[in-house]
Design a protein around this ligand. Sequence first.
Ligand SMILES: Cc1ncc(COP(=O)(O)O)c(C=O)c1O
Length: 422
Amino acid sequence: MTSPLLPLPIDAFRDANGLAVFSSVDEAVAVLAPDEPVQCLYPERLQANARAFLDGFPGRVLYAVKSNPDRRVLQYLYRAGVRHFDVASLPEIELVRGLFPHARLSFMHPVKSRRAIAAAYRYGVKDFAVDSDGEILKIIEETNAARRVNLFVRLALPKGEAALNLSEKFGATPEEAVTLLRQARRLSAKLGLCFHVGSQCLSPEAYKEAIKLAREVIDQAGVKVDILDVGGGFPVAYPGQTPPPVDTFLAAIRATAEAHGFAGVELWCEPGRAIGATAGSILVKVEMRRGDRLYINDGTYGSLFDAGALGWRYPVRLIRARGPASETLRPFSFYGPTCDCIDVMKGPFYLPEDVQEGDWIEVANLGAYGFAMRTAFNGFYSDTTVAILPEDAASARARRSSAKTIRLHDRLAARAGRQATK
Ligand SMILES: Cc1ncc(COP(=O)(O)O)c(C=O)c1O
């Protein structure tokens, strides 16, 4: 694990969250020459993605904390105007409540432990998702707050075009949802219906179909619903996956909700991937090349879980400290640092044909479900994060000199850490 930094005399060159700031990833390589993976956060992209939802969605926007719970990410989002968070566990609740005492937290995981429900309520959480009568019972017993909590019945959806189908695991069938809505209506302050079309959902049609199904289920239940929560699932462009822009999804949701009698109903959404993914990349180092295999210092047990387990490809870019690289690209596979045989990312990832040991690669679009899924398996875990804030040349020069100081400082901190453990 990386040693924590001592306070620096050059705070001006860290961002408000304490992250070292560089004007580009290339600059971070030139200054840090990192031996461990570095998470590169692009705050401007993060905030622009959040604002696209805050400005374009016809209702409330909840950030799905699970997609990237880094506190610096949460702080940037808060500054962009996000005030409502979809939380899935007690540690997520404690994290967000600790940072933002007045934020609204909604516990949208349909299966929660009794302890988590009771603690969440003490933290001021009133919104709870359910997909069974057993879960309703748990919530009412643990909060002792019938008619003071807001219950959201989670509806399962038919398999659509999403890359990850969450309805295989969660959600009530339409018949079950009718019964649950009637039950929940008696026990809720506000009653919600929620669904998730699946993560990385490539077509707006999925939201339209889900909203129509929600209407049918509500009509059949014959109850008043106060909130329709269309969940997350908004997609991102990865190599080989080119969805329509997010606006198209938001327009489809607005039009379908209006057309199906949801005009007087509050709309919510819970984006994770579409807010974080393009705002983060991981900088990895090539430790060994064997033909078209690149052995790198991050992998399936680190930020590249989806590249390994799901075979997803990500945009890649070579960064060489000295000298130019070939302009001819060829396909490579990545091999991660652990001893495990599933720590392989087939790709293909297209890089200059002369890529070699000691080069760095920036792997993009990992700001959601990349940083968040790192483990310390085999002792490989890097917690180094930097902010990438392109700025004018003068301030870049100033930042460069400050970054050198940071590097020197980090070395001193590491040395101090080593001496302390002797
Ligand atoms: C309940 C819930 N809401 C929101 C999300 C975020 O989904 P996405 O990152 O696809 O937008 C998830 C993802 O698993 C989820 O389970």
